[in-house]
Design a binder for this molecule. Sequence first.
Ligand code: FMN
Ligand code: SF4
Length: 675
Amino acid sequence: MILSPHGLEYQGVNGLICASLMHKKLLEPIQLGPTRIKNRIFNPPHGTTLSHQGAVTDELVAYHEARAKGGTGLIILEGMTFHPSYGFKEAFLYAGDDNVIPGLQRLGNTCRQHDTKVFGQLFHAGRAVRLSHDGSRPLTYSASDVPDERYRVTPVPMPNAMVWEMIDSYVQAAGRLAEAELDGVEILASMGYLIAQFLNPLTNLRSDEFGGSHENRLRFLKEILIRSRGRIGQGKTLGIRVTLDEKTEGGLSTDDMMAICQDLENNQLVDYFSVISGSSATPGGWIHVFPPMAVPNAFVADDAARLKQVVAKPVLVAGRINQAQTAEVILIEGKADMIGMVRALIADAEFVNKVASGDTDQIRACVGCNQACVGHRLAHHAVSCIQNPMSGRELQFESATKSTEVKKVLVIGGGPAGMRAAATAAIRGHSVTLYEKNHKLGGQVDLAERLPGRAEFGGVTTNLLQELNDLPVSVHLNTAVTAQLIDSHKPDVVIIATGAQPRLPDIDTGDIEFIDSWSVIRDHRKIGQNVVIADWSCDWSGLGIAQKLVQEGHYVRLVSGASVAGESIQGIVRDHWIGEMHRLGVEMTTYARLYGADGGNVYFQHTTSGEPIVCEQVDTVVSCFAPQSSHEFDWLADSVDQGDQQFELYRIGDAMAPRTVEEAVLEGFTTAMLL
Ligand SMILES: Cc1cc2nc3c(=O)[nH]c(=O)nc-3n(C[C@H](O)[C@H](O)[C@H](O)COP(=O)(O)O)c2cc1C
Ligand code: SF4
């Protein structure tokens, strides 16, 4: 018997938990309007950057097919643009002309071969636009000329004729999705984007038939829905994505949104409501659109439950749901009818199959780091996952099959790079041995997960350990690798994945104690009351150590080299952390290069003006300086170069050059794929 996070008990069979029974509700079919979905897990819309010039590519089809093969009941394709006022074919599928139809048709047919239904989402950001076709500042359009805090734009109020033209564009685009034989159309009315800008009385100041009263503000959305239904017919599902809590100053209120949903329900305008949280309009709201690990799991479930009390149509929910058990409990408790997973399925495309076969312990759970999914997308690269390099690269690695030759592979170092290399080499049929000199596997993940609010990051190691446990990899801990040991193995391949080491900057530190960040986290080194963090790295270490030390009662100054602390980490994760710094009273300085220390003072230099920045009365400096690759096995490379050794030798991850877990796992994977 186990307890769910909500206190529900699941009964085991003869003392064993039968997971497929345990997740019975998740695997039940459901009807969304005319469309029957085989189970309750859907893949919500998410921009992948796998389209090209607005059209479907082979890469995009392969990406979605992997999730369809993985058992996902419904895929709702990424928000498609469709109107010249927001016509970014570079980064979006574009449903504003017929060119999109054949690709969508192919994508839908491919997924339906795996009994997965496919809807398309229509999206207009309104004033929330930074992109342009040529680098100039774009004109943005909205209900009124209310400025946007996050994008820092003042939009053009849409003339009345343009509003009607926009409605028609939605309808024409919905028609194209139907012509492409998709199973349904979703209208994005959430997250503070165009439709929400019309619904919100603070962003809609119009005096025509689209502004003023509740009914008038709702007219834009209703016209889109009524006319789209007329265009796509009763044979297709028509749904809507809504936000009940924008987590935004001046956001649309929950009560307003509930009343709007009731109105749509009473008028039979939609087949389902998909609930999400957050808004594009403020940094605080944006954090909840792509919620990082600091946001609680399933944080939107209670909003969905509220909506379910006032509407009869199915309510779908998403937002940091990354475990089958959490999803099942939401369904059992009647809070929602379907569970959406974006990042959970980026991390593990086989999620649903593993639920169905009872192998939930083999699910590679998303840890909410946002690095390679949201991070890549917002930097205009294809989405991927720090844990699952196959994601977004399905075509590149479609032949991830057994190797034709079985090789003896020796992996030195059990951080993420070594673990991934060992697991992938074993999956490909090689005979793999992994040596780690410490008492546990995990490398730097072990450091990152010890910082406040970062425990979930340890999932990267837990997931890899689970994989290694299920594979015939011989793992040796507490073992230093020597020349004799290597000789005794007679390997065909040696992979050096020994990571990096911290180092202190080469400066005069005077009478002030300098401690490297790793020692502060790992060895709990005693430090003084007044701390300066000299933050060269501008990653998780400076922010995390600042938080830890303030919580332990120290006075902390975080002095960073970049324009913002945490510049090297994903922006949403950073924004949340910066908020924590402010709440905790951490004094932050930026553009600062460490210069030296003397007589209780630490000296920095402004990186642009060259002027001094002085921190007085400092007891300890925690140095987050650039780590250095481990050179422990340079002798091995030398002996291979000199022809003394006959094996293939690879150096991967931080042992090559210090970077992040993403590159460590990627190189572990790609190296093992070469063997
Ligand atoms: C890379 C990425 C792109 C997204 N693009 C869209 C989008 O086009 N339309 C939309 O409604 N939501 C979009 N979202 C939000 C997701 O649909 C979802 O609500 C959010 O990721 C939370 O769910 P999760 O915790 O399961 O990832 C996107 C999310 C991600 C990660
Ligand atoms: S990169 Fe991080 S947040 Fe994104 S899917 Fe992978 S584990 Fe989840």
